[in-house]
Design a protein around this ligand. Structure first.
Ligand code: AHN
Ligand code: ZN
Length: 329
């Protein structure tokens, strides 16, 4: 399965290199400004601070003190921003049989509304820098400034905005745990479904019985400098109109340099389990790089996934686009 997805991923990128998406992006002066003035302004400084705060705890690897403290911090922040919070505590079994004391952290707004939008990201960070060029680092836990903290930071800033300006629809924010404890390269084995353990659990045990939403948006690695978000294959397959709407919104806001209007490969990520387990059409906004062998940024699963790689301009592009979507839908 991974092989197929990975192959598809590479092929898609190779075949896509012939067109330059940047030509499709409108110049800021050409943007059709039928803007809805009720959309709050996303504060990238604030999102950046939430990312730095998570990273300051140390790597958020399940069963560590940093993970425990950060989990408490995230729950408190959602409460502070007026969300009704739920914490699912569960022991999940990793690829190597390690029992991971895990927490899915959920914040809900407008809980009485039937029409809901689900926003999610993973909050744990990977225990292994197994793609680091230096083999000595392969068992070193990563900061996960982009891979983990960035999506959560953007969603915390969105929660802060929602507190003072409630949108019409119901909004659920989920911080999934144990996404990034998947089988390391050095294990040299393939075991199915070892990634995304928190979302797999939630998909079978939602915080609200029969939970559903109109659509879901996953933010994964949304903070790195010059990030590029292609139309991810699984998102496209199960939620094409949502992909179209989000990418068009980004383009209209002048963020076409980040939201590339080209099909990308498929990625095994939390959205896959929310789609298959709950039947909610979901998309994944995830930074990929057609130039690298694995398809992700060169910092991916290395010790360089730290704050030096985080760029407020990228956070703004993603955060403002998502705000626009939730206030104009
Ligand atoms: C795999 O590597 C199979 N999926 C990538 C999902 C992921 C890992 N996102 C962040 N870290
Ligand atoms: Zn990762």
């Amino acid at each position: 399965m991974t092989r197929i997805i990975h192959l598809l991923f590479c092929l898609t990128f190779i075949s896509c290199n012939t067109t330059n998406s940047h030509e499709n992006a409108p110049a800021p002066s050409e943007i059709n400004t039928t803007v809805n003035n009720n959309v709050p302004q996303f504060d990238a400084d604030s999102a950046y601070a939430y990312i730095a705060r998570q990273v300051d705890f140390g790597p958020r690897v399940p069963n560590t003190e940093a993970h425990k403290r950060c989990g408490a911090y995230l729950t408190d922040e959602l409460k502070r921003f007026g969300a009704e919070t739920y914490v699912q505590e569960v022991s999940l079994t990793a690829w190597d049989k390690t029992k991971l004391q895990s927490k899915n952290i959920i914040g809900a707004y407008n809980t009485e509304k039937k029409e809901r939008i689900l926003l999610f990201a993973h909050w744990d960070s990977r225990p292994y820098a197994d793609h680091d060029p230096d083999k000595a680092n392969h068992r070193t836990p990563i900061d996960g400034a982009d891979d983990g903290a960035s999506g959560v930071g953007v969603l915390l800033e969105i929660a802060r905005q929602i507190k003072t300006n409630l949108p019409d629809k119901g909004i659920d924010i989920i911080f999934f745990d144990a996404e990034d404890y998947g089988t390391p390269e050095f294990a040299n084995v393939y075991i199915q479904d070892t990634w995304c353990l928190g979302s797999q659990y939630w998909a079978n045990n939602p915080h609200v019985p029969n939970y559903t939403a109109e659509f879901g948006i996953l933010l994964d690695m949304v903070g790195s400098k010059n990030a590029t978000f292609f139309r991810e294959y699984i998102s496209q397959k199960h939620a094409a109109p949502i992909v179209e709407m989000v990418w068009e919104t980004a383009r209209n806001l002048g963020y076409g340099k980040y939201f590339i209007n080209i099909d990308g490969g498929g990625i095994t990520d939390d959205h896959l389990y929310v789609i298959s387990g709950r039947g909610i059409p979901c998309i994944d906004i995830i930074n990929t790089d057609p130039e690298t062998a694995h398809g992700f940024g060169s910092y991916w699963h290395t010790v360089n996934d730290n704050m030096n790689n985080i760029d407020k301009k990228t956070l703004k592009a993603v955060g403002q686009t998502v705000l626009e979507v939730i206030y104009n839908n």
